[in-house]
Design a protein around this ligand. Sequence first.
Ligand SMILES: C[S@@+](CC[C@H](N)C(=O)[O-])C[C@H]1O[C@@H](n2cnc3c(N)ncnc32)[C@H](O)[C@@H]1O
Length: 234
Amino acid sequence: MTRGGPASYDGVADEYSRALDPDGVGLDDPVLTELVGDVAGQDVLSLACGQGQDARLLARLGARVTAVDVSAEMLRHARRHEEAAPRGIAYVEGDAHELAAFADESFDGVLCHMALMDIPDLDAATRSVARVLGDGGWFVFSIVHPCYGGHVEAVTDYLLDHRYRKPRPPEWLPEHAYHRPLAIYVEKLTNAGFRIERLEEVHYSAADAGSVPGLFYARVVRRLRRRRAGSGDR
Ligand SMILES: C[S@@+](CC[C@H](N)C(=O)[O-])C[C@H]1O[C@@H](n2cnc3c(N)ncnc32)[C@H](O)[C@@H]1O
């Protein structure tokens, strides 16, 4: 969605929840889990949590989890899993562009699994993530590797930041998403005050891939600039 528009995942939420983590055990992704690291006892935000599979992974790792998504229908499935097997995850309906429900510096870390390419304004989203993180706060995200357009084919207009129509989306994904070259991700993250700690590129075999042949992962860390005495500058 854009701000105030319909949430595009509302229409596929039932199919998505049947296709991914139907039993509600939580995401199984060794690369992401390693990048997240030891989060026991930390306050962590699952950003664009959908039906909650990454929030459940964070809870399994011992974090205190708040999870936010713009789609009421995806959240309905997330809450259904929480009701069936309570993990103390608080699900909040909200827009990643603002994260209006959350105060500045309220989380130790933010995890965003496979969603930044669904969010129209990357600049606003990365600045909101930076705002809700404290000094040294971490942000781990995964996206469809930008070398693929439409999730399944090599992209032809790689350098163009654009909204694309997936040529053959499975029934559990909306038709449109946003392609950005990696340089745009780096630019927006560094502008928002993040320092890159690690990047990972993972290719999946045709058998494993489903609709996604490769993922790009990053772990970045927020450094706040301290106010100088006598200046309101940060
Ligand atoms: C591919 S799903 C990923 C969901 C979940 N992270 C997972 O891995 O299953 C993308 C999610 O991004 C959410 N989303 C898209 N735009 C958003 C926005 N502006 N604010 C919050 N969530 C958004 C969608 O509603 C959807 O649940």
